[in-house]
Each structure stands twice: as structure tokens, then as C-alpha cells.
Design a protein around this ligand. Sequence first.
Ligand code: SF4
Length: 503
Amino acid sequence: MDLEISNPSPLLSKTDYISYLQCPKKLWLSKNRKDLKPAVDETQQAIFDQGFIVEKYAHKLALFKDPTQTAEVKDWYQKGQAETKNYIKDGYKTIFQANAMTNDLYCKADILHYNDQTNKWDLYEVKSSTEVKDEHLPDLCFQKIAFEMDGTPIDRTLLIHINNEYVRNGEIDSEKLLTIEDLTEQVENLRQITETNIPKALEIIKPANTEEVQIRIGKQCDNPFKCPFKDYCWANLPDYSIFDLQRITEKQLTALQNLNIQKIADIPDDFDLNEKQQNQVTATKTGEDMIDKESIKTTLEALEYPLYFLDYETFGSAIPLFDGLRPYQQMCFQYSLHIIRDKGAEPEHYEYLHTGTDMPVPHLLADMQKNIGDSGSVIVWHKSFEMGRNQEMALMYPEYAPFLNSVNHRVFDLKEIFSNQHYVSAGFKGSSSIKKVLPILAPHLSYDDLEDIHEGETTSLYWYKHIYSNSPLKDRMTKNMLEYCKLDTLAMVEIWRMLGGEV
Ligand code: SF4
């Protein structure tokens, strides 16, 4: 090993190294400005908890299962390192949470497993993703280097991840739930660059290095992870900025930043934009909405009464909750439906929210089938989501397949009016999300007035934490969830009206 590391100051952990690769400033801030880092929120905590659960299932794999040969390191740093070395000396073949530590580097490996054929150790990393991601390779490479420097020879480096083809049937079967991929070669290919990067990262975390690292904000702030320092680094960015330009490329972003341009309104007229971007910029500069009334009218005239405005709320988890589900499959537990039976009629509202602890889908389908007839348009926002759920539910419950297929044949995606730019407003800020469109077209309706729930992605967590798990807040959350989902479909009704529906 020709890695030269002489700095005996603070340790560079695996997490630190991954931070460095995302952005050197992120690494510096994480060491020197911990005060800027927001507390872990409920959604992030749920992701961490899921990771721990997946790791526990990995421990149950037959490969690691012999209790006489398996040990788990409980400590950290020097104590964790000593514990690891003792288990190795005592002949254990599998060590969970093995620690490696040198003067500069530190890591915990999810699993070390002794390979009798090579007389070296295989290093396993457990991830709750459904595939190998680019960021997993440097993670493994860092660990391999740290263990080898600490005197533990590593042979293969492998990733254990979720198999998204797995379908739950009774007790969770670790052998089927998880997939093991041997990444030894790809990881070895990264050794040279990793050995070059580690001293650079160590330089940043030297205590003497008190100057904040200067890095321009960019796409790295959300890739591969949302950076926890965004509030700090992005504080001076205008509310509606070049980052809101639809599908902005790295090249465009760099060019605009080099011109010192932050606001959409300041983008030069001769700047190279695609058609949709150009429309967004024009609407922003003129302050006037661009509305293709003819296209909207033609599109809406194709709708057939009764009109069904439909929205689902779903829950997905790495470990499927019920039989018949795959990992991360989005299981519908709630729907909201507004029906306008005929031209000029007032909307009627129907809904279902599963409050029991059994599989929600058949209950939801039975209820929904009573309320959606076999003719009329089904209006959704972002059709691939609702149609995808309908296809999955049709496979799981074939008795509902004719109904769900009929619904899918009649789906109309209201969002497309905005994503296809028949209506462009600076107020949408380059987005066609209903949360951005609603305040412009129907400002009298607001998600802000709802208690506790403000974002669609957290509704699944609320359902799981409070309703499915019978928390003391169950009644309140049930009421809130019903209001939230009802607003989603009412918002579609109002947007449809504002676009000229019913006229
Ligand atoms: S917000 Fe962006 S620039 Fe700031 S530390 Fe994070 S990744 Fe780096």
C-alpha cells in the first residue's frame, strides 16, 4: 500500500469521506459548523430506522447464521477496534459492525466474513436500496483501505441490497428479500483515486484549517444526497432562481453562474434555452401568464361526464408490510374522490381511509368500486402514479382487474395542461406540481391551513406512525389525513373550473 497519510489529527470516517466526495465544503462544515446542521427530521429518521431493520435481516442470511461463529462489535473507536481484533483472534468467522482504525481513518463495516479459500476477509456493506448506486463503490473502497491499513486483509467487497422482485408470502425470507453483489473489481478500480482523495479530505479536517472551504452551490447540493447545509449555503439565493429553471443542465447552470446571474428574470435574451425553458423565462420577464386557451378548451371538451377526480395516498417500505407486496411497493391506504355527475352539478365527495391493521387494499377497492361507475373520465394529477397503482392492485386482486383496467382506460391527467405548457405562469416557478399550481389558479384553497400535514410525502409516514400503529394521536391524524386528501381532489376540481371546465 502506497498511501501516505501523516496527519495524526482528527479521524476521517467513512461518512466524512462520502461527504468530501459530494462537496469538500460539506465536509468542512460538518466538522466546524455543526450548529448549522438541522436536527434529523421524522422522514430522515424513518429512513435510518429502515436501514437498521434491513441490516437485521442481512444478519439472518444463512451465510452468517452460525451463532457459534458470529460476533457483534458493540463499541466504537479504540474500544471497537480492540473488540474486533479480539473476535478475529478468537476465530469468529462473521463479525457484525467490525471496526477499523488507523491514525487518520475510521470505519465500521456492516459485516466481515472470513473466507476460508483465500484466508482473507470478505467485507459486506448492507444498503436498503434496490440496486448498486455509484456512491456505494467509494464507500466500500474506503472501508477496504481502512481495514487493510489496520492489518486486516480484505479479499472481496460485496453489497447486500434489497431485491425488488421479492413478493412477501408469510414470514420475511432474508434469502429472497436480499441480493448480494460482488463489487470487488469495481471497488479495486477506485483504489488509486481513493488513495489520492483521502489525504485531500484529511487536509480539510485539520484543526488548523479554520478557513471555510469555498465551493459554489450547484447540482452537488442535492446529489447523491440532499445536503444538510443547504439552508446556509443557499440563504442568499433569490426565492425564484436559476435553480428553478425547468430541467436546467449542468452546462447552463455553470454558464449562468459565470455570468453572475441568479434570477430567472435576469437571464439574457440570447441565452441558449430549450422551448419550455424559454416560455418559463418569457412569462417571468413579462409578468404575464401564457395561456393557450384553444388547446385547453379542446382538451377539456374531450372529458366525459360523470367526472371523477381521484387521488390516492400510499405507503411503501423496504420490508413489505403485508403478503402480496414487493419492497417499496406503494400500497394504497386512502383515496379521495370528487364526482361531478353532469354539467353544472355541484361536486360530491367520497373517501376511504384504512384505519385497521390489516391489508388496506381490498377494503379500499371494495369502497371505490361502489363510487366509480363504468363510464366517465377519471381525472388525476400525474397519471403514471395512479395508473401504476391500479395495475399493481389489479394483479394482486384479479377480481377487481376489470374495474381497475376500466378506470385506467378513462384516466385524464390534468397536470399535463401545465407540464405541456398550455398554461405557463411565473408563479408556478417552473414546476407543474399541484402545490405550485393551486396558489396561482385557486388561491382561496390552501394546504397551509391544514394541521400537522403539509407535504404529500409525509402522509405515508403519518399513516404508519399514527393510524396503522394505533398511536394516541390516531383520531386526530385520521381527521387530518381525510382533510388533506380531500383537498387534493378539491384542488383538481377548482383548477379544472378555473381552466374553463363546465363552461
Ligand atoms: S449546500 Fe451545496 S455547496 Fe453547501 S456544503 Fe452542501 S453541497 Fe456544498
